[in-house]
Design a protein around this ligand. Structure first.
Ligand code: PEP
Length: 258
């Protein structure tokens, strides 16, 4: 059985005081929950402080991006080893804002995933279609290409470090989430694709999160879908109450506990 996994992407939000307050609040509320993996991904500059605030909890730390080179003349970039140094467990790679605002390509994303795994980080690899692609019936083709190119060259052993986050671009930050049925359809398609690219065991073990306007009042419906193993949460992860209640709902639905 796949352990549910909920991660909060704080994006370019918070300041040092509010990042610490949010981390402490989340750790107080859900820092001892069993049966689920939980991570928060603050901005790079607050990772160190947030790591301290989470140190006596089960909440893991993630970064929002990484560069693929190990070191050198790459002004402004951050390596996977640096993130490990700061106690990061996870790193978000290929988020739609990095693909569509910053211009990251599938090839760059593939290099980042590989570098992250080589350095012992667990990538949260984001894929998802634009609204016009969905309207044109291209969702499956777009997501298939992103998954194939993003995971290119990863052997059966290394792929096991990856969580895939299906995040339809039209749902991110818009307040319009994919319906549970739309999410399930794409998650099942990704799982079938993983069975073709790897094997059935890998496909059934790998976790697939949903992201895109997930909030407390749609968490239960989304998490009830058999192939939705967790959530990547943006806006709602900035409110400790909302994030904690989503985590509690997720673990309750997937494990029947609490
Ligand atoms: C995200 O940033 O990955 C995300 C899903 O954002 P939101 O929950 O705000 O739509």
């Amino acid at each position: 059985m796949r352990k549910p996994f909920v991660a909060g992407n704080w994006k370019m939000n918070t300041d040092i005081a509010s990042a610490l307050a949010l981390a402490r609040d989340i750790a107080d509320r859900i820092g001892r929950l069993d049966g689920i993996d939980v991570a928060v991904c603050p901005p790079f500059v607050y990772l160190h402080a947030v790591a301290d605030a989470l140190s006596s909890s089960n909440i893991a730390l993630g970064a929002q991006n990484v560069f693929f080179q190990p070191n050198g003349a790459f002004t402004g970039e951050i390596s996977a080893a640096m993130l490990k140094d700061l106690s990061c467990t996870y790193v978000i790679i290929g988020h739609s804002e990095r693909r569509h605002v910053i211009g990251e390509t599938d090839d760059l994303i593939n290099k980042k995933i590989s570098a992250a795994i080589n350095n012992g980080l667990l990538p949260i690899f984001c894929v998802g279609e634009l609204l016009e692609q969905r309207k044109a019936g291209k969702t499956s083709a777009v997501v298939t290409e992103q998954v194939k190119k993003g995971l290119a060259g990863l052997c059966t052993e290394r792929i096991q470090a990856v969580t895939i986050a299906y995040e339809p671009v039209w749902a991110i930050g818009t307040g319009i989430n994919a319906t549970p049925e739309q999410a399930q359809e794409v998650h099942a398609m990704i799982r079938d694709l993983l069975a073709c690219l790897y094997d059935k065991t890998i496909a059934s073990n790998l976790r697939i999160q949903y992201g895109g306007s997930a909030k407390p009042d749609n968490t239960a419906q989304l998490m009830t879908q058999p192939d939705v193993d967790g959530l990547l949460v943006g806006g709602a992860s900035l409110k400790a109450d909302d994030f904690a209640s989503m985590v509690e709902t997720a673990v309750k639905i997937k494990t029947g506990s609490n």
